[in-house]
Design a protein. Structure first.
Length: 105
């Protein structure tokens, strides 16, 4: 997983920064494991990480967001599990705000 997360050596000496780095890494791992579990361990670490990295959008000012990623089984499962869709032609600003609001619950 270290290579999938693109972890590299970090040289910190300040205790606060060491703690912050550790917490960031730990939270990332927890989120990844929860996602993996929600997906019933159906996908490998590299499949999840690479697919998430590829899920990009192009912002059309004043209109919304256009997905630039290719729809796959992974994206379909992700949409199904978390009950939102982002693979339509354009996602309005209002709809994107609702998706972000719902994910914070």
């Amino acid at each position: 997983m270290k290579s999938e997360f693109k972890a590299r050596p970090v040289y910190l000496s300040n205790d606060d920064r060491i703690e912050a780095h550790f917490i960031t890494c730990f939270i990332s791992l927890i989120i990844f494991r929860l996602l993996q579990k929600k997906l019933d361990n159906k996908y490998t670490c590299s499949e999840i990480i690479n697919s998430l990295r590829e899920m990009n959008f192009y912002e059309v000012y004043g209109e919304g967001y256009i997905p630039t990623y290719t729809r796959t089984d992974f994206t379909d499962d992700l949409h199904e599990i978390f009950n939102f869709r982002t693979d339509y032609q354009i996602i309005t600003n209002k709809k994107m705000k609702k998706i972000l609001k719902d994910t914070k619950k």
